[in-house]
Write a protein that binds this ligand. Structure first.
Ligand code: SF4
Length: 469
């Protein structure tokens, strides 16, 4: 009998070409996604006169610098953003890789289009020059972010040197309640275990609540893995995974599909496989979450009040809490539902997929926003589908700005930023100081919670606005 293995070990073993004495393994890369912020890797290839080793396993899309209002490169007015978006387009043409440009309906945020186009599949090894590459693991693969020189190595050789991480399993028990989403699970986990809990580990998410999540929710959970300190998160593929991939542009077809499914069904972790660390989270106890500070671990249920640093026994943590409250301008004991918001952003690789938009639209339908609110769908395909379902109209009628796809206000490299001093309810993944612009305050929430904030002008328990079905 072969040793029982985790899904991570099965995929790692299938991709390990050789192992050095220092513990580093040379791994084969099945898919490489490059965004507009990473096009410089091609410059290094040019310098050494190399080609892309597997051009048809390499995919480029502009996301970090993509304008959410202007969709022709020549019309872009920010010279830096234009250079980046153009640089990727030119390199993609020169090296013959796939490229989904600003005017292509397949364009979108790297971590949204991968799963959506079937580029991301169970059992593969995927990398991208962005730390939220952990997202793709929700489809049952190993995925991680890489740096510029690693990207050049992958372009030239289709391989990468990596140290095998330790393995952690996060089991989410129970049943998720009404309006509780993958985002709430991720924030609850990080609040319980800290933003460093996964350091040095690859995290496998398991348990009934993970099975209960739709694929969009799983992608959100895996996306936030890096906020828990780990580069890789993954979820065993099941029927939901297969139906999400089936029929997508890069999915196998016919006999190849049957063969692939047969292999994918062997991937889930064996019963007696061992993990280096085990964490349990009670999914039934999770409520819609909101952050109050400057780290994703500064998260509480919307029903709670801002915590009091004086009650924190650990000196270092107490000081960090005080600093965070000073920055966010909140007071201990203040109810989260009493805090007004200036802007609402629904977008980013964390929460901008079709189901995210549907969840938000359900809250917004027939109501008007009380503060400036915008939506940037995660991809142009999501945007197109939302228009087909009439969801765009719900948002526009409510007073939302309905934009095109890109990273947008998650990081603001395209100019979509908050004004200094403003407070946002944001569906993105990072709330550290200045993330959405200098002196801005970011509070992380799910799309439904962001929609609730938009129509009430303050943080609101979305459950109080909705009827449980
Ligand atoms: S949406 Fe934000 S976190 Fe995601 S890839 Fe873009 S900048 Fe990075």
């Amino acid at each position: 009998m072969p040793n029982p293995r985790t899904i991570f070990e099965k995929i790692w073993d299938a991709h390990e070409i050789l192992k050095r004495d220092d513990g580093q393994s040379l791994l084969y890369i099945d898919r490489h996604i490059i965004h507009d912020g990473g096009f410089h890797a091609f410059g290094m290839l040019r310098e050494v006169g190399r080609k892309v080793r597997q051009a048809k396993q390499t995919f480029g899309t502009p996301d970090h610098y993509a304008s959410t209002t202007i969709r022709k490169i020549e019309d872009m007015d920010d010279p830096e953003a234009k250079e980046k978006v153009q640089g990727l387009a030119v390199s993609a043409r020169e090296f013959g890789i796939y490229h989904f440009g600003l005017d292509d309906v397949r364009m979108g945020i790297s971590h949204v289009i991968g799963p959506e186009l079937g580029i991301t599949q169970p059992g593969i090894l995927l990398c991208c020059g962005d730390s939220h590459t952990s997202t793709h693991g929700a489809m049952g693969c190993i995925s991680f972010g890489i740096g510029a020189s690693e990207a050049t190595h992958v372009l030239a050789t289709q391989t990468i040197w990596q140290q095998k991480p330790k393995l952690m399993r996060v089991t989410v028990t129970g049943k998720l309640g009404f309006s509780v989403t993958g985002k709430d699970v991720a924030l609850a986990l990080i609040a319980q275990e800290t933003a460093a809990c996964g350091t040095g580990h690859a995290i496998e998410y398991a348990g009934p609540c993970v099975s209960q999540l739709d694929i969009e929710g799983r992608l959100t959970l895996s996306n936030m893995t890096i906020e828990a300190g780990s580069r890789t998160g993954l979820i065993a593929p099941d029927d939901k995974t297969l139906s999400f991939i089936d029929g997508t542009e890069f999915a196998p077809r016919g006999k190849k599909w049957d063969r692939a499914v047969k292999y994918w069904q062997t991937l889930p972790t064996d019963d007696d496989a061992k993990f280096d660390a085990e964490v349990t989270l009670d999914g039934s106890a999770i409520a819609p979450m909101v952050t109050w500070g400057t780290s994703p671990q500064h998260a509480i249920s919307i029903t709670e009040a801002v915590p009091d640093p004086e009650k924190e026994p650990d000196t270092e943590k107490r000081a960090a809490m005080k600093r965070a409250l000073d920055y966010t301008g909140l007071k201990p004991g203040q109810k989260m539902t009493d805090i007004p918001v200036d802007r609402v952003f629904i977008g980013s690789c964390t929460n901008s997929r079709m189901q995210d938009l549907r969840n938000a639209a359900e809250v917004v339908k027939g109501k008007k926003v009380k503060c400036w609110s915008m939506i940037s769908p995660g991809s142009e395909q999501v945007r197109k589908q939302a228009i087909a379902e009439g969801i765009d109209k719900i948002f526009i009628d409510a007073g939302f700005e309905w934009r095109h796809s890109g990273c947008s206000m998650c990081v603001g490299l395209n100019g979509d930023l908050l004004n200094s001093g403003e407070r946002s309810a944001s569906t993105s993944n990072r709330n550290f100081e200045g993330r959405q612009g200098p002196e801005t305050r970011t509070h992380l929430v799910s799309p439904a919670m962001a929609a609730a904030a938009a129509i009430t002008g303050k943080f609101t328990d979305v459950r109080s606005l909705m009827e449980e079905k």
